[in-house]
Design a protein around this ligand. Structure first.
Ligand code: CIR
Length: 252
């Protein structure tokens, strides 16, 4: 499996923030933690492709938001935050060699963080960053390839996947205050611990689940559910509202 990652911008202090107050980010520590994340993916069998960072693009490390990639196609997104639109070109250069490219165009907006894919089922959270046009355009591009694309509503968090993510084959981790468990018919649901609302974003790589050590109560639930956990530290990028899926694009 290939995985795309992007260096942390030296300008990350100016990142977009929606639900959190601005707190100082230790850039050096953030880079150490990001390297540990990359090493973790490597140890799980990913071949890493690194996109250079850019001081002018504060949020560029959150590469997930710039594209939705399926085996058949890479769909370049159109981020809802205007400050993030220029992130796409560097990522497109890297994806060009790996997939045919399609695009989300104005007036549609779509952030990759709002798109959850499990097998041939795709949920697109419509909210502050992704609009109904964005979800419709993604459906138009992916349904011919056999995907079922469902636009859904959510509330309370930045991206749809800030509140839910795949936690194993046929298994979803979610915060029921933000995400309706009824969306996931036929799948097993694990709820985050109520004291850890931000714990719903984990990264499934093969049979392993990359998780954030900050959410120890939820980690106990995942452990009890039989997940094989790889625990890392995400304290610095969490201050920029970044979770674990945001830092990479996995190409299976
Ligand atoms: C933003 O607000 O766009 C960034 N500061 C954080 C993006 C995190 N990405 C994600 O949840 N997929």
């Amino acid at each position: 499996m290939n995985a795309l990652v992007r260096e942390i911008s030296s300008g990350i202090a100016a990142c977009e923030l929606t639900h959190l107050d601005r707190a100082p980010i230790d850039l050096e520590l953030a880079r150490v933690q990001h390297e540990a994340y990359i090493s973790c993916l490597e140890s799980l069998g990913c071949e890493m492709k690194r996109v250079p960072g850019d001081p002018e693009l504060p949020d560029c490390v959150f590469i997930e938001d710039t594209a939705v990639v399926v085996p058949e196609l890479a769909v370049m997104s159109r981020p809802g935050a205007v400050s993030r639109r220029d992130e796409r070109s560097g990522v497109e250069v890297a994806l060009h060699a790996l997939r045919p490219i399609a695009r989300i165009e104005a007036p549609a907006t779509l952030d990759g963080g709002d798109v959850l894919r499990i097998g041939r089922r795709i949920w697109v959270g419509c909210g502050a960053r992704t609009n109904a046009d964005g979800a419709a355009r993604l459906a138009e591009l992916l349904e011919p390839h056999g995907y079922e694309v469902q636009p859904v509503a959510y509330q309370g968090c930045l991206h749809f996947k800030s509140g839910c993510s795949q936690a194993g084959p046929g298994q979803v981790l979610l915060n029921p205050k933000w995400i309706d468990p009824g969306l996931f018919s036929g799948l097993k649901i694990i709820e985050v611990d109520p004291q850890e609302p931000f714990a719903g974003n984990v990264l499934l790589v093969g049979n392993h689940l990359v998780v954030d050590r900050a959410f120890e109560r939820t980690l106990r639930r995942l452990d009890a559910g039989g997940c094989s956990l790889r625990i890392i530290d995400n304290s610095e990028l969490a201050k920029a509202e970044g979770g674990l899926t945001c830092g990479s694009i996995l190409l299976d």
